[in-house]
Design a protein around this ligand. Structure first.
Ligand code: NAD
Length: 474
């Protein structure tokens, strides 16, 4: 007889297993739970594009997980590994994430099977515009119903092409710019969106570090200053997370893992130098100032205070979980820890800050961008000068009582906030508040034994409430 080999579940099944445990801590009827679990609808598209005179065929998906709030929101991923299962899993995570951080969107996600490295810029533009057109035709891109954003393999460039394609086909839509977020600022984007997911990850970790009880569980103390960090993926999310942790918090980035291997230096790597090298050489191999590991994933198992997977799903699984030595895993990527690995890690005492909370910064700032596009005005334009004048009056009133405010402080008080200040402070506020809700649920509920279950339970509860309030399930 063959030995029984435990199969790891698919990404979608992993999300559903967490859902089941979290839903069991709530009082929602089975019928409603069933609705909140499955994808609402999924559209598969196959389209041809002529590349170098030859017709190539591409396949992609857009999934809406829940339409309890519209538009549905979620990135578009470009990767050779994209599958329908993955797109559905990511769409489901978006629903729970948006509800958790009080962003009034349903969950959605898109994906195209493509290796962007194989195509030049012109080809990428034609493929993206054609994919966008196919989705626009069916209203799977529309400011009122479904609004994509960047994800793995896409960025502001692709979002600009998508926005432009939408506006070519729907020029009468006055809110057309809101059909996609993560655009360049020159095309209706918002300052701080590109860094938003990474900055949100840091704000989330900082909030965790403000709570002594929570830190104690992870055998951590003090601040982020000098804490050792290993990060996987130096793309949009990973780069900004690592850069901010190093520059603003004084954390020591001792390991960086990329697609072609990993670098380690116990004295700390320079994030900027590694990033520049990675971009110029298409990988980390040959970087002169650190030890190189051909098997990058082995570095996930090195000792550190914080391990930050920021590349892709399923990288910490049942096979390697028992060898992980990090005290805290901060899930910047979506689904980096499998359901099976989660149990092993918790048994070892490793604390995990889950993806649906920690990487919500992207969708939080996307929400601000969408509101800006619908308002047709940048944040602060009507109020900034007025606020500066009011602050000035306040200072004069204080100083008229004989109390002189130091010049540097006076300058700071009088400065009105620019759009970036507003975006960052609102992001910080949202991340702090959401973590406080999560930890409160975690510490107060007998049946909840991780932040992951607490986060999922809060997300499900809010979506269920929204269905019940609408009267869909009276
Ligand atoms: P990205 O494409 O900008 O970066 C991914 C990085 O991971 C690249 O540098 C790539 O070379 C590297 N990588 C690929 N395969 C790897 C491997 N096997 N080992 C190590 N590194 C590998 O993608 P991103 O936008 O930074 O997204 C990363 C993760 O964060 C994904 O899980 C995504 O769903 C999630 N996320 C992204 C956003 C966003 O705003 N971009 C928001 C929320 C969540």
């Amino acid at each position: 007889m063959k030995p029984t080999v435990y199969q790891e579940k698919s990404f979608r099944e992993n999300v559903n297993l967490v859902f089941d445990i979290a839903a069991a801590t709530l009082e929602i009827e089975d019928g409603l739970a069933y609705v909140l679990k499955g994808a609402y609808n999924v559209y598969q598209v196959r389209f041809p594009v002529k590349i170098d005179g030859k017709v190539e065929s591409f396949i992609g998906w857009r999934a809406d997980h829940s339409e309890h709030k519209l538009p549905t929101k979620g990135g578009i991923r470009y990767s050779p590994q994209v599958t329908q299962d993955e797109v559905e899993a990511l769409a489901a995570l978006m629903s729970y994430k948006c509800a958790l951080v009080n962003v009034p969107f349903g969950g959605g996600k898109g994906g195209l099977v493509i290796d962007p490295k194989k195509y030049n810029d012109d080809d990428m533009e034609r493929i993206t515009r054609r994919f966008a057109f196919e989705l626009i035709k069916k209203d799977y891109i529309n400011p009122a119903t479904s609004v994509p954003a960047p994800d793995m393999g896409t960025g502001p460039r692709e979002m600009a092409w998508i926005a432009d394609t939408y506006m070519q086909h729907r020029s009468e839509d006055i809110n057309g710019l809101g059909c996609v977020t993560g655009k360049p600022v020159s095309l209706g984007g918002i300052p701080g969106r590109t860094e938003a997911t990474g900055r949100g990850v840091v704000y989330g970790i900082r909030e965790f570090f403000r709570h002594a009880e929570d830190k104690k569980e992870a055998c951590l103390e003090g601040t982020l200053e000098g804490k050792t960090v290993i990060i996987q993926g130096l793309g949009n999310v990973g780069y900004h997370t690592a850069k901010i942790l190093e520059a603003e918090d004084g954390a020591k980035i001792i390991g960086v893992i990329e697609h072609d291997g990993a670098l380690m230096d116990h004295n700390g790597l320079s994030v900027e130098a590694v990033n520049t090298y990675n971009k110029e050489h298409g990988g980390l191999k040959g970087y002169p100032d650190a030890q190189y590991f051909e098997n990058g994933n082995s570095v996930l198992e090195e000792e550190c205070d914080l391990l930050i997977p920021a590349a892709m799903e399923g990288v910490i699984h049942m096979e390697n979980a028992s060898r992980i030595k990090a005290k805290l895993i901060a899930e910047a990527a979506n689904g980096p820890v499998t359901f099976g690995a989660d149990a092993i890690l918790r048994q070892k005492g490793v604390v995990m800050i889950p993806d649906i909370y920690l990487n919500a910064g992207g969708v939080i700032v996307s929400y601000f961008e969408w509101i800006k596009n619908l308002s047709h005005i940048r944040f602060g334009r009507l109020t900034r000068r007025h606020q500066v004048n009011q602050n000035d009056l306040l200072l004069q009133a204080i100083e008229s009582g004989g109390h002189k405010i130091p010049t540097e402080l006076a300058k700071k008080i009088c400065l009105g906030p620019n759009e970036l200040d507003l975006v960052r402070s609102a992001l910080d506020d949202t991340m702090r508040e959401a973590f406080q809700q999560i930890r409160e649920r975690y510490w107060s509920h007998d049946k909840i034994d991780s932040y992951r279950i607490a986060s999922m339970a809060i997300g499900i509860e809010k979506i269920a409430l929204s269905y019940q309030d609408r009267g869909v399930y009276p």
